[in-house]
Each structure stands twice: as structure tokens, then as C-alpha cells.
Design a protein around this ligand. Structure first.
Ligand code: C5P
Length: 238
């Protein structure tokens, strides 16, 4: 039996954005039993490779490998097969890679590996889109890419917390929604432009929240994680 608080904790994914293994292990030690899953991203994976995944798994956490794969279909399929072998639970691909790439990724994934489609980085705001030849609104781009990814078999969509309702209507009830860009009230925004609080992301229907710097840079990361879990639990209860 899982308690309401455990269910809230399962929804919190910590972004382990650190440059080396000793820093990763220090944070993992502080956060054992405090978060639901650990996200290994580009910084740590580029620095340490599979050793980073093994260190996280050795502490009993599931791993979300956030490599935002964006390449030709055959190359992405090969990377997905390598992720199967690593035993990670979630892996991101970029929906901008198009239909054939998305299908190659989901076809190559073992049943235990959930492929997630990244729609539009939460650091991009509307003014950032025309210079990269994206001429719709963020909402239009996110909804179109989410529907494309769902049609090609992804198990989840990564989007801004402000786009949860939009994505839910584009993908239906069976695709998980994962939102980075989470900032508890009063926290530093950093480079996130389309952010929301944990409570509002949950109220909008997000399944998992990804939180990095508000936990990592807190004076007491364990306490910061615990406060966010409390906020998620209250939002789930409401
Ligand atoms: O530190 P912060 O809470 O902003 O971390 C957010 C994490 O989510 C980072 O690891 C970042 O790579 C990731 N992410 C994001 N926007 C996306 C997809 C992933 O911020 N669209």
C-alpha cells in the first residue's frame, strides 16, 4: 500500500545536473527516500557516461535518462537499444526529429523503457522562435509536436507546466505528462521562462514534475525536496 505522501513523492523527479560523480553521489545520499526518480542529463552523462546511471541505480532509484535524442532514425534507434541495456526507465527524444525518428525510437524501446517526447525547451519563449524559423506560437508548436509523438507511440510528453492542459487535449489520457520548469513560489527562475509552481502543475494534470536547481541549490536539498513533495501532496488532495 502506498500512502498519499508516497504517491506524491513518486511524482517528483530530481534533475541531477552536476559535473562529476562525487557531486552526484553527495546529492544522491541526501535525497535517498526523498524523491521518486533521478534524471541524468547531458552534463553528467557526458562527463561520466554509464557510470552515472549505475551510481543512481545502485542507490535504488529508477533513472530517467534525458539525452533529448535528435538524429536520423537509425542512429536514434541504436541509442535507444543502448539505453535498454543500461536499464533506464525513461529516455527523451526530441519531437523536432519528426515522425520516422519518433517511430524508430519507440519501436526500438523495450517494454520497460518509456520513450518521452520533448516538445519545446522550457527556456524558449515566443521571441526566441522566429530566429530559429519556428513561426507558430509556443502553444501551437507544443500541441502539434505532442500529437505527432503520441501518434508514433511515445509513452510521455515533456512540456512546460503552462502547457499541460493543452498537451492533455492533444494526446488523450494514456500518455504521461512530465513538466520541467517548476519553481516553488519565490524561487529563482534561472533560464526558465515558461515556469509554474508544483501545485499549479499538478492541478493542471501533470503526472511527473522535474525539479533541479530549486533542490540542488537549496541550503538543505533534502528539506527542499520534502517541501515540494508536501506541496504536491496538498495539490493532489485538493
Ligand atoms: O534546474 P531546473 O529545475 O530548471 O532543471 C530543469 C531540468 O529539466 C533540466 O535538467 C533541463 O535539462 C530539463 N528540461 C527543461 N526543459 C525541457 C526539457 C528538459 O528544462 N523542455
Amino acid at each position: 500500500m502506498t500512502s498519499p505522501r508516497q504517491r506524491a513523492q513518486q511524482r517528483l523527479i530530481f534533475a541531477l545536473d552536476v559535473p562529476d560523480l562525487p557531486s552526484a553521489e553527495r546529492l544522491l545520499d541526501q535525497l535517498t527516500g526523498r524523491v521518486g526518480m533521478i534524471k541524468v542529463g547531458l552534463e553528467l552523462f557526458t562527463a561520466c557516461g554509464p557510470a552515472a546511471v549505475h551510481a543512481v541505480k545502485a542507490r535504488g532509484f529508477e533513472v530517467f535518462l534525458d539525452l533529448k535524442l535528435h538524429d536520423i532514425p537509425a542512429t536514434v534507434a541504436g541509442a535507444v537499444r543502448a539505453a535498454n541495456a543500461l536499464g533506464v526507465s525513461m529516455l527523451t527524444v526530441h519531437t523536432g526529429g519528426g515522425s520516422a525518428m519518433l517511430k524508430a525510437a519507440t519501436d526500438a524501446a523495450d517494454p520497460e523503457l518509456r520513450i518521452l517526447g520533448v516538445t519545446l525547451l522550457t527556456s524558449l519563449g515566443a521571441p526566441d522562435l522566429p530566429p530559429v524559423c519556428l513561426h507558430g506560437t509556443p502553444a501551437h508548436i507544443v500541441a502539434t509536436r505532442a500529437a505527432l509523438a503520441a501518434a508514433n507511440g511515445v509513452g510521455g510528453i515533456v512540456c512546460s507546466p503552462q502547457e499541460v492542459a493543452l498537451v492533455r487535449s492533444a494526446v488523450g489520457p494514456d500518455v504521461a505528462i512530465i513538466t520541467p520548469g517548476i519553481r516553488p513560489a519565490g524561487a529563482e527562475m534561472g533560464d526558465q521562462k515558461r515556469a509554474a509552481t508544483p501545485a499549479s502543475a499538478i492541478a493542471d494534470g501533470a503526472d511527473y514534475l522535474v525539479v533541479g536547481r530549486p533542490i540542488k541549490s537549496a541550503p538543505n536539498p533534502a528539506q527542499a525536496a520534502s517541501d515540494i513533495v508536501d506541496e504536491i501532496a496538498r495539490a493532489l488532495d485538493a
